[in-house]
Design a protein around this ligand. Structure first.
Ligand code: BES
Ligand code: MN
Ligand code: ZN
Length: 520
């Protein structure tokens, strides 16, 4: 009898720990936890493939050149089919031939790559191939003679990015892709090395997507901090988690205040990678509001509150970028600072009109509890400046609906008074095709003045008020702000992104850090 009770008690506490059957938030410390496909770059003769992808640049007068190894009749058949389809090697063209007699692949895809193939285009092309491969595919050969190692690596990387699945919440997850891809280029070893360099970036994006996708009930501040610690455990990264008590103790009242109404109080996550010399780090500060109800300024329409678990996407991007930089062993010192909050209501929540005291001593009149992102970032930026001595700061946040109105969801909005940081961001945006558009900070000084306290947390125009507010906490440390509201989430699969959290910002920040670092 007592034994039975004992066992029940044990089972009970296990169930409690696991949150009564809710899927456990799992550590995904390895790349192979995410993607099961394998890329092979060594030259090996394959005599049985499900798909052969034959890449063709824009055709010259002489027309297409097919490998002499293929028998003459097959070559004639393929050429006739390509002529019928008007194939000329333009990017985006694809002709499929099925069950060619005696041919070693069941399907032949002849794919045009155009006159030149940029990094982003190569990634897109790889993703497009991944999207077309069926569940039963086991083996793929990509004939990529004449393409650079970098292009081949980018295509493989694009496939990996598209093959990410968030299936923790499916009772019967569909099988994940687990085929082998044999890349036949000119130099297998060099391609393998270039591909290896893309994996930390992909891993960083996968972790970022996981974080964005986690629902607000499971992905609260402490859970995200722990997930992050596990995610970086195989990297040369120092992760520090400040508990709510420490956040309060250190005086970060703005960060603390946003979670005051939730049982899930605010945390501060700091991830540091030291790959450079003695110089001060570049700091990335990302908004990690794990759910945004608006607080007492409640989001009252279904469409405004739904998916507000994605309000931690800026923080997710920062973590992913630091992972990518560490994994690539970039020669930079970088610190990621992620304030984590849960903007809920209860009798202990911050009220509209309350005054919070930030880490730097600024008294903030909280005119609107729904402008919470800038409150937690204020303390994140202060931490980066005052505690980490950052030599420059980039913050990134799903900050304002006003930004979505101004530039939509395909661009993020960037604000800065530092040309060098701005130029590096614009260039990074072009390289990664994570597009940015500059908005003026310009004449909007004074828009966050408060009669009651030092500053207030809202003003007009909305996106500028957010930026001006954050600038106050950066003081004279070179600073740039990225408002990525609306960019974090893809409603349907597109290019390198499956549906859901897309990891916007990971690539942009990684590229930006490398550019700023190499220019000074
Ligand atoms: N997280 C939201 C911004 C947002 C809106 C992100 C839509 C993604 C899609 C932010 O915290 C917010 O609520 N901003 C308010 C600020 C306002 C109260 C000054 C907004 O933009 O409406
Ligand atoms: Mn809000
Ligand atoms: Zn928010």
């Amino acid at each position: 009898m007592s034994l039975k009770v004992g066992i029940q008690a044990v089972l009970m506490s296990a169930a409690l720990a696991a949150g009564f059957g809710a899927p456990e938030v799992q550590a995904q410390a390895k790349f192979s936890d995410y993607v099961q496909t394998q890329n092979k770059f060594e030259h090996k003769h394959i005599d049985d493939a499900d798909v052969l992808v034959f890449l063709v640049p824009e055709l010259a007068e002489a027309g297409i050149e097919l490998p002499q190894m293929w028998d003459a009749a097959t070559r004639r058949m393929i050429k006739a089919a390509l002529d019928l389809e008007g194939f000329n090697g333009e990017q985006g063209q694809q002709v499929e031939l099925l069950a060619l007699p005696g041919f070693y692949a069941k399907r032949l895809w002849v794919v045009g790559t155009g006159e030149s193939l940029s990094r982003a285009q190569a990634e897109e092309l790889g993703a497009g191939l991944a999207a077309q491969l069926s569940d039963t595919t086991e083996s793929v050969v990509v004939h990529a003679k004449g393409y650079s190692e970098q292009q081949i690596a980018s295509m493989a990387h694009g496939m990996d990015l598209r093959n990410y699945r968030f299936d923790k919440y499916k009772s019967e997850p569909p099988a994940r892709p687990d085929y082998r891809v044999h890349w036949h280029g000119d130099n297998g070893d060099a391609a393998a090395m270039a591909y290896q360099q893309t994996r930390p970036l992909a891993h960083g994006m996968f972790v970022a997507r996981d974080i964005i996708n986690l629902p607000g009930g499971d992905g609260y501040p402490q859970a995200i901090a722990e997930l992050a610690q596990k995610a970086v455990s195989n990297y040369d990264i120092k992760a520090t988690v400040y508990t709510p008590e420490q956040v309060k103790e250190m005086g970060m009242g703005a960060l603390y205040g946003v979670s005051a109404g939730s049982v899930h109080k605010s945390y501060l996550l700091v991830v540091e990678y030291h790959g450079g010399g003695d110089e001060a780090p570049l700091a990335l500060v990302g908004k990690g509001n794990t759910f945004d109800t608006g607080g007492y300024n409640l989001k009252t329409s279904g469409s405004s509150i739904v998916r507000m678990q994605t309000d931690k996407a800026g923080g997710a991007a920062v973590l992913g970028a630091v992972m990518a930089l560490a994994g690539k062993q970039s020669d930079v010192n970088v610190a990621g600072v992620v304030p984590l909050s849960h903007n809920l209501i209860s009798e202990t929540a911050t009220l509209p009109g309350d005054v919070l005291v930030a880490g730097d001593g600024t008294h903030i009149e909280v005119v609107n509890t729904d402008a919470e992102g800038r409150l937690i970032l204020a303390d994140g930026i202060w931490f980066a400046r005052d505690k980490l001595n950052a030599r420059a700061i980039a913050d990134i946040a799903t900050l304002t609906g006003s930004k979505v109105g101004a530039v939509g969801r395909d661009y993020s909005a960037v604000f800065s008074e530092h040309d060098e940081l701005l130029e590096a961001m614009k260039d990074a945006g072009e390289t990664t095709e994570e597009l940015v558009w500059q908005l003026p900070l310009g004449p909007y000084k004074g828009i966050i003045d408060s009669w009651l306290a030092d500053v207030q947390n809202v003003g007009s125009p909305g996106a500028q008020a957010g930026a001006r507010f954050l600038q106050h906490f950066a003081k004279d440390t070179p600073w740039i702000h990225i408002d990525m509201a609306g960019n974090a989430y893809s409603t349907s699969a597109n290019g390198i992104h499956p549906a859901g959290g897309n990891g916007y910002g990971v690539r942009l920040l990684t590229e930006w850090v490398e550019r700023v670092n190499s220019s000074d």
